[in-house]
Write a new protein. Structure first.
Length: 614
């Protein structure tokens, strides 16, 4: 087969945005108020429980408002010698109202906790499902630590919104009801109280404004610290080996002063509101009592009515409950804003077209361009990988090999051009069929499942035990798996696996689910030469026949392939058999380090071509 030079295109990056997949912004993607819409969805999801909390809270507020009037009436009857006999029913009613208030409060607290837990779980499931639907490329705009913060802490605070809204309604109903009751008791008392209402309104408004910004900043810094912590934990061995634990600790905790500043700012805002209410509420109560005393002396009020009026003044000025609910709602809204930013990332769209049943796994890239970090890592790539062949993708670091591998199975979409499998564009294929027919193995596989056997069987479908063991044998993993205490039933968390063994389990998983296209993204880098040779043989002889696309860094891997795609600076420099490409000095320079060292070109290419040709 002759070497096929690539047709060169334009050198510049594509015009327009650097990443067409990027939405214009979270607000534009999810509406003018994405946080409000998310909270509204949460309330709708918990509509029944929210309504129940509202009803229970309203009933408790009604009992609280009714109690002072009933207690005042009972006191007047007790003070009136002629009416003492009629005080009994009023005292019984007082006891009933107190009991109702306690029981309703307990039921509200229980239902509030249940609603918060269920709504939080719903938000987390929705966020996680959306995160998986957007695909790894689009999700990469968020760091792992930041994602964890958004799906855990932020979801929990946003999940409190339905119960908080219901509680806020009740907390407003109590002071309003008390003010109405105060007016019914005596209009002059209500007028004395209303003189201080504008100050209460200003106090609440200042609290709401001040707490909103500080809470948003506090949550953002929390996410930043979490992101740095996850990075540090992922590189814990490197940090320990380098002796830079103190430096890494300082890096992780560098945003801590800002977190502290925002935390103190939140408490200052809350403290100002509490202090303001602590001064204002007694003053309002004193004003009502002063007017009430004068009205009592003039014979316009009874002692019981004055007692009720003093209690109504305290309830009407109960800014503490309202402040707490506003604070909780502010935190929920700020958290919902961060959760909504994740939900605003558009999910990957899929079609419903089936693949042709007789397809051989032919892969085509037509004018494919991929932009990462503002740089075109693939530029106008035109490439056809014949069905049923083993094709190696080689090139220097940064040439675009892993990006091409990701595009081949639609782990990412190109920024320009199209990728087709057996003549069908990948974005038009039914996603379930696409995942059944395209398998992947990676350099650092992530294994899922409780046991080693489940980790190999994990995928779009679950193969039987015989298929799992056959795949493990093909990947060179069966021997060490059987030596584990429980064999294939050994708990994955308790299996002492080396890097190479871990990689072989990832290969076994890919082999167990091999379809018409199998992509190996540097999936044999941790294997020794003998094991890699065995895996290479098994790949062609024991694994389901299909097209193999292998990102290769070793000369031996490229030499065993039927065809080699040579990438350079995001373009296909040449396509051809390894033996022919090896005649080019620039191609040999790609393997100047690593596996090629110590092997003569003739021995490597000759031996490998004989073993790998199909």
């Amino acid at each position: 087969m002759a070497i096929q030079p690539t047709v060169q295109g334009t050198d510049g990056a594509p015009d327009g945005p650097t990443d067409p997949e990027e939405p214009a912004g979270p607000d534009e993607a999810a509406g003018r108020d994405p946080a409000g819409r998310l909270l509204l969805d949460a309330v709708r999801h918990s509509a029944g429980r929210t309504a129940s909390i509202c009803l229970l809270s309203t009933a408790a507020a009604a009992a609280s408002v009714a109690l002072p009037s009933v207690l005042g009436r009972a006191l007047d009857l007790l003070l009136d010698r002629d009416g003492r006999g009629g005080a009994g029913p009023w005292l019984a009613l007082c006891a009933a109202l107190v009991a109702a208030e306690v029981l309703l409060g307990a039921a509200t607290a229980l239902l509030t906790g249940t609603t918060n837990a269920r709504t939080t779980a719903w938000l987390r499931r929705r966020g996680l499902g959306h995160l998986l639907a957007v695909g790894p490329h689009r999700a990469a705009r968020f760091t792992p630590g930041d994602l964890v913060t958004r799906l855990t802490g932020n979801a929990a605070e946003a999940g409190n919104a339905p119960a908080t809204v219901a509680g806020l309604f009740a907390s407003l109903l109590t002071p309003l009801g008390a003010l109405v009751a105060l007016a019914l008791t005596d209009l002059w008392l209500a007028a004395a109280f209303c003189a201080g209402v504008p100050l209460l309104v200003l106090l609440l408004r200042a609290f709401a404004r001040g707490s909103s910004d500080s809470v948003s900043r506090y949550q953002r810094v929390q996410g930043e610290i979490a992101a740095r912590l996850v990075e540090a934990l992922a590189g814990a061995r490197t940090v320990a080996a380098a002796g830079t634990a103190d430096r890494e600790r300082a890096r992780v905790l560098a945003p801590l002063p800002e977190l502290s500043d925002q935390g103190r700012r939140m408490w200052r805002v809350y403290g100002h509101a509490v202090v303001g209410s602590g001064v204002l509420v007694p003053l309002l109560t004193i004003a009502v009592l002063a007017v009430g005393g004068a009205r009592l002396a003039a014979g316009h009020l009874s002692v019981g009515e004055l007692l009720a009026a003093s209690r109504y003044a305290s309830l009407a000025a109960g800014i503490g409950g309202v402040t707490g609910q506003i604070s909780a709602l502010t935190r929920s809204r700020a958290a919902a804003r961060r959760a909504a930013e994740l939900l605003a990332v558009p999910p990957v769209a899929h079609g419903r077209r089936p693949l042709p049943p007789d397809g051989a796994g032919t892969l085509e890239l037509r004018g494919v361009t991929a932009v990462r970090g503002g740089r075109a890592v693939l530029r106008d790539v035109d490439l056809t990988v014949p069905g049923g062949t083993t094709t190696a993708v080689v090139g220097r670091s940064g040439a675009g090999k892993s990006t091409l591998a990701a595009l081949a199975g639609r782990l990412a979409d190109p920024d320009g051009g199209r990728v087709l499998l057996d003549g069908v564009p990948l974005d038009a294929i039914d996603p379930a069929e696409l995942r059944r027919e395209v398998g992947y193995a990676f350099e650092r596989p992530a294994l899922f499942g409780t046991s080693v056997g489940e980790a190999i069987a994990f995928g779009a479908y679950e193969p039987d035990r015989e298929a799992v063991e056959a795949a493990a044998r093909a990947a060179g993993a069966d021997g060490f798996v059987r030596r584990l205490p429980g064999g294939y039933a050994t708990a994955l968390a308790e299996a002492p696996l080396s890097g190479g063994e871990f990689q072989r389990l990832g290969l076994a998983r890919a082999f167990a689910h091999a379809g018409r296209l199998l992509v190996l993204d540097d999936a044999t880098s941790s294997l020794d030469s003998v094991t890699e040779l065995q895996v290479g043989r098994a790949l062609t002889e024991e694994v389901r026949a299909g097209t193999r696309l292998i990102v290769a860094h070793r000369v031996s891997s490229a030499a065993r392939a039927d065809l080699v795609v040579w990438l350079e600076d995001g373009r296909v420099r040449a396509v051809g058999p390894h033996a022919e490409l090896w005649e080019l000095p620039d191609y040999r320079a790609v393997f100047a380090t690593g596996d090629a060292a110590g092997e003569t070109p003739g021995e490597t290419s000759g031996r490998s071509l004989g073993e790998g040709s199909r």
